[in-house]
Every structure is written in structure tokens, then in C-alpha cells.
Design a protein around this ligand. Structure first.
Ligand SMILES: [Ca+2]
Length: 299
């Protein structure tokens, strides 16, 4: 019953918001797009009380198909969400985005080692390849065969709907959308790639320390960004050696966050936020392949 009410409420809210937007009055958009529900502190989740049973591979694909990823309890807060919402409410085991890699389990979505774990007693059992929040273990984690059907909760970044697509990330402290889930390419192709993503989209420009620190932290904390590596910025000295210009605005840079011994090369005229240097800045050959970091300017 509560699920039906929620759906009706969201529909009414959506219609109301639609009419407000038509009138041009600013409105606070809901932080998650359907079918996701907003849970403060943990982001957007599908309804935890609808188990939607399927096998592990199907669960991964299903979550991707709706713009999210399978539940990855990488923090205390997300594990708390599991306890709070499942314990006493459902009798289903729920898949976690965890997979065995040799003698350890790693996050399947980001391919990162575990930063946090909540294994049940006598777990993990390394004879099994997948893992779940287990009813038998009071929703602590237990391993499982992958080909059985279990409940599914998908997770998605907050305010998905405010950015241009599901691969974009909304960085709340900057009130801005960024795209870093991209393929690697040369700097020139990265410039074109970002511009092809929308009228207000371009390779990132970092004019001050505040934006730089927030972005470095966002890249370090985002499993996809962190798994990729280094990101092209708009900064370059292609026209005149040592005169650094931001490509989109044409502004000459006055703020820099060069890593030690950087910039290194007269012949290196493009720049990256470098993975190996905690996303401090390096210069690089423009034809090298790195990942474009696109940003969307506010309207
Ligand atoms: Ca240079």
C-alpha cells in the first residue's frame, strides 16, 4: 500500500513541478529520478522493499539499464541503510556488488579493493564468487553462488536528473555537473568530445584553489573516476611556451596546482590532473591518451 501511495505522490509532484517549470519559476527538483527514491545520506536507491529477484549477472545488467549500479555498501552509512530498511521488513537475501577476485572480494562496480566490510560470522567463504546481505546473518554479508535468484537494490548518484545523462556526476559543493566516465583520447579529441556533449559543455577549467580541491576530492572519492586514471584539463601552452591558457574561455591562468617538478617539458603543451599525483597537475604531450574531464556551465 505504501508503495502505491509513494508512486502516486511522486506522479503528482512531477506534474506540479512540470507546471512550475513551464511558468519559469525556480523550483527545487527532487534529488533522484524515477524509479529511484532519495534516502538522505546514502543517495538514490530503488525501493528496498520490492526484492525484484534475479541472478547476479541479471542484477548488474538491470541496475545499469536504469542508470545506476548494484548496491555497493562501501560506507557505514550505506550498510546502515541496509540494516534500517531490510531487517525485520523482508525475508530476502539481497545481492551486493561484490565479487571474488582470487583470495579476496572486491567491489564489482568500481573494481576497487574493499574500503569497508561487514562480513557475517565465518564469512567470507572463498569457495563462492558472489556476495549478499544475508537474512541468515541479520543482513551482514555472506558469500553466495552467483546463479541463484536474490533481491536487488540499485543505487544511483543524487540529482541524476539535473545533469545531461546517467554518466554525469553532480558535484554538490560546486553546484555543477561533470562528466568523467569517458573513453581515453588525445587532448584535441577531448576538447571536441566535451563540446559534442552540449552547448554549455567543455573541457574543465579550474581558476581557483577551492574548485581544484573540491574536484580533486570528488575524483578521489568516485570509484569510476578513481579506477580510470588521469584527466585532461583545458589548460595548455600550445600557442606560446610557458603562457598557459584555458582553452574554452581563452583566459590566461593565474592559479596552478603543479605537482613537484612540473611542468616538465617544453614540448609538453597540454595538461592533466594526474592520478599518480593525487590529481595534482602534470603537463603532457597533447597526442597522449587520457580521459576528458568535461564540465557543464550553469545556465
Ligand atoms: Ca609546454
Amino acid at each position: 500500500m505504501s508503495v502505491v501511495m509513494t508512486t502516486q505522490y511522486r506522479e503528482v509532484l512531477r506534474l506540479l513541478l512540470g507546471s512550475i517549470l513551464v511558468l519559469g519559476v525556480p523550483a527545487d527538483l527532487p534529488p533522484c529520478e524515477e524509479p529511484f527514491i532519495y534516502f538522505p545520506g546514502v543517495g538514490c536507491m530503488t525501493d528496498p522493499l520490492i526484492p525484484h529477484p534475479m541472478n547476479y549477472t541479471q542484477a548488474i545488467e538491470y541496475c545499469q539499464s536504469i542508470g545506476g549500479y548494484l548496491l555497493e555498501p562501501s560506507t557505514d552509512e550505506i550498510q546502515g541503510f541496509i540494516f534500517d530498511n531490510l531487517f525485520g521488513s523482508v525475508e530476502y537475501d539481497y545481492w551486493l556488488s561484490l565479487r571474488r577476485n582470487g583470495s579476496e572480494f572486491i567491489w564489482d562496480h568500481s573494481q576497487q579493493p574493499l574500503s569497508f566490510d561487514a562480513w557475517g560470522v565465518d564469512e567470507p567463504n572463498l569457495n563462492q564468487d558472489c556476495a549478499m546481505a544475508s537474512v541468515e546473518h541479520s543482513f551482514f554479508w555472506a558469500t553466495s553462488q552467483c546463479d541463484v535468484e536474490r533481491g536487488v537494490i540499485c543505487n544511483a548518484p543524487e540529482r541524476l536528473g539535473l545533469c545531461s545523462g546517467p554518466k554525469w556526476t553532480f558535484v554538490e559543493q560546486l553546484d555543477q555537473c561533470f562528466l568523467w566516465d569517458t573513453d581515453s583520447m588525445s587532448w584535441e579529441n577531448a576538447v571536441d568530445f566535451c563540446k559534442s556533449q552540449g552547448d554549455r559543455v567543455h573541457l574543465v577549467e579550474i581558476l581557483n584553489s577551492k574548485k581544484n580541491e573540491i574536484l580533486k576530492e570528488a575524483l578521489s572519492n568516485d570509484p569510476i573516476a578513481y579506477s580510470k586514471g588521469s584527466f585532461w584539463m583545458g589548460l595548455n601552452d600550445r600557442e606560446r611556451e610557458g603562457q598557459y591558457i584555458w582553452e574554452n574561455s581563452g583566459l590566461e591562468a593565474s592559479f596552478f596546482d603543479w605537482s613537484e617538478n612540473q611542468p616538465a617539458g617544453d614540448a609538453q603543451d597540454c595538461t592533466v590532473m594526474y592520478y599518480g599525483g593525487n590529481f595534482q597537475w602534470y603537463d603532457s604531450d597533447c597526442p597522449s591518451f587520457f580521459y576528458p574531464l568535461c564540465e557543464e556551465d550553469a545556465e
